[in-house]
Design a binder for this molecule. Sequence first.
Ligand code: ATP
Length: 236
Amino acid sequence: MTARSGGEAGPPGGGRPDRIGIFGGTFNPVHDCHLRVAEACRAALGLDTVLFVPAGEPPLKRADLAPAPHRLRMVRLATADHPRFAVTDVEVKRAGPSYTIDTLKALADRHPGADLTLILGLDALLGIGAWHRAAAVLRARPIAVLFRPGARFTQLADLPELAGVDFRPLRECGDADPAAPLHLASADGIRLTLLRIAPCPVSGTRIRAAIQAGERRVDGLPEAVLSYILRHHLYA
Ligand code: ATP
């Protein structure tokens, strides 16, 4: 398939279904680790495209959120040079809270026949209990779970929402996090792939704090995104 950089994922081109990873988030702002972990996930799972989905109105409200059109434009700038990254405005255009379950439905309609995988950072999955229709989100699509510093994959076994998942393959790894993609499943349709990607320490919270503190040189941001932030006085 052809992924049009900065646009939507294109139609399937070959004999097999298009493999699209759906990478949602506030992207407030998008930073280097989003790009790095998205590429690591793409490579590990053989995805044709990683589709970035900036949230329009995150259901779990946050104080210092830049307006959605700005966050969308920054994601477009950051992904423009990557041939296998694409961006969708599906959540920014939709009125009301950006529920993932609605987005999965909209993208399935838009990409009939494609293999859609939801991509979540480990911290995001650990917080899934607070999500709208969490049980349905967990069963709608396979989920790739990206390692994130500050959390352990073994914490997933304590989530009530994942009570039916067979965690034995993870326990067999002992104290070490799994080196290769590790597949876990429940009998009622949850499919998780744990990805022990290289730890990437950048966070949006730290970046916003640095900008607010007036730092002109902020590590962990694509150049074009930093210029955009300064030009539009975001997070100041
Ligand atoms: P903030 O600090 O503003 O909460 P964030 O980057 O955690 O920033 P999002 O923009 O919503 O928040 O993140 C989008 C997705 O990227 C989430 O699934 C999150 O878990 C994942 N993610 C973000 N940073 C990293 C990282 N350093 N390593 C792995 N996953 C990450």
